[in-house]
Design a protein around this ligand. Structure first.
Ligand code: SF4
Length: 419
């Protein structure tokens, strides 16, 4: 969860969940300030796990204790999926749906207590919205929603069908951000690889990437947030081979390494597809680094099936793991499947995290002695092109520097800054 200030005259935003929520929080804060709102706290919730929704309710109670006079508006996926759960909280002033939160008019004073439309009926393309991280990188939300129905996931019911921002709007925004000094742009969405399927001519993500790099020749780094490897188009793969400004880092939504579990998740890829994708991109761009989302303890997962997920870490050469112990989401078909015992779920998640830590250490060790370009951030760190964190000492953010990698602490690299 990220938050901003806490001063009464301010609009404070508590953001849970994904980068898309981060970007939208920035847009809501600006819209509320533009409407002259003060003493307002916006809670932008996430519904990816039961725990995320619980934490939002906990934060709402805390905020009301700390700022009794503040108006609390709740929005985001958990509010979209279960608005009454928030509307019945005495601390809550108003509940807005995900479509309503993007409408600047929603932030004017007044309005009904609960304004949540049927997101599954949403058709309008999202408007381009951008978020800034630490004055170093800009996020561009280019797509929202999802047309898939993975059996464990509630996101489609929070975000609605897949909708893409028209390409010309994205290119204008990217060019403006680059001209305003942003050296790195991150494209984000819910199901990024389905970008363009709803637009005239059906432009794909690869075409969007190439068009942005062409339109913003001074942009030094273009990065993608999480993608579905089986939906990566040919142009996108070629762009990784030919475009040095497209960062050699991809976070993959893999979820499992076992084919039967992947089928029960209703994923569109099999283990062999993931192996082929990673090996193929590594041949085209040897320095590429992969991260991945993996679920531990999906219902019906046996020890042998889990071993297929565990060994996927090495077999795909994954470095940055996000491990999710399975948590049943009410209303999903996975919630009706025969569950794995909680202590086994926990133990498998621990094993996966340990495998991830070992893979990260191996990657960090291999960087020692290299000279790498780093984009500086606040707080004495920066990021390499493959998104590895580097300790560099206090430097202004958003500087592109060259460093000599001297070592690592198991989580990030240690560097000597070259003059
Ligand atoms: S692709 Fe699957 S996991 Fe991702 S948002 Fe869509 S339904 Fe959820």
């Amino acid at each position: 969860m990220t938050s901003v200030s806490g001063r009464p005259q301010d609009v404070e935003v508590l953001t849970f969940g994904c980068r898309l929520n981060l970007v939208e929080s920035e847009a809501m804060r600006r819209a509320a300030l533009a409407c002259g709102r003060t003493n307002l706290v916006i809670v932008n919730t996430c519904a990816v796990t039961t725990e995320a929704a619980r934490q939002a309710r906990q934060a709402i109670r805390r905020v009301k204790r700390e700022r009794p006079a503040a108006e609390i508006v709740v929005t985001g996926c958990a509010a979209q999926i279960d608005p009454n759960r928030f509307a019945t909280m005495p601390e809550v002033f108003r509940v807005l749906g995900n479509a309503e939160k993007a409408d600047p008019a929603s932030w004017a004073r007044g309005g009904v207590r609960m304004c949540v439309s049927n997101i599954m009926a949403a058709k309008d393309p999202p408007t381009i919205s951008e978020g800034i991280e630490d004055r170093t990188r800009a996020f561009l939300a280019v797509q929202t929603g999802c047309d898939h129905r993975c059996t464990f996931c509630v996101i489609p019911f929070g975000r609605g069908p897949s909708r893409s921002v028209p390409m010309d709007e994205i290119i204008r925004a990217a060019r403006r951000l680059s001209e305003n000094g942003f050296r790195e742009i991150v494209l984000t969405g819910v199901d990024l690889t389905s970008y363009g399927a709803d637009l005239c001519g059906g432009p794909r993500l690869g075409e969007l990437v190439k068009s942005i790099l062409r339109a913003a020749p001074n942009l030094e780094r273009l990065r993608l947030s999480s993608i579905d490897c089986i939906e990566a188009d040919e142009d996108l793969v070629k762009a990784f081979a030919n475009e040095a400004r497209l960062m050699p880092h991809l976070h993959l939504s893999l979820q499992s390494g076992d084919d039967l579990i992947l089928k029960r998740m209703k994923r569109r890829h099999l283990r062999a597809d993931a192996l082929r994708f990673c090996a193929g991109l590594r041949r085209l761009r040897p320095e590429i680094v992969f991260g991945a989302d993996l679920i531990a303890g999906f219902p019906t997962e046996t020890e042998a099936m889990f071993q297929n997920t565990l060994t996927l870490v090495e077999d795909c050469g994954l470095t940055h793991l996000h491990v999710f112990p399975f948590s049943a989401r009410p209303g999903t078909s996975a919630a009706k499947m025969s569950p794995v015992a909680p202590e086994i779920v926990k133990a498998r998640a621990k094993q996966l995290r340990e495998a991830g830590a070992a893979a990260l250490r191996k990657h960090l060790e291999a960087q020692t002695g290299k000279i790498l370009p780093v984009l500086t951030e606040r707080g004495g760190t920066g990021r390499t092109e493959d998104f590895t964190r580097v300790r560099i000492g206090e430097l202004p953010p958003s500087q592109m520097i060259e460093v000599l990698i001297a070592g690592n602490d198991g989580n990030m690299l240690e560097a000597m800054v070259r003059a």
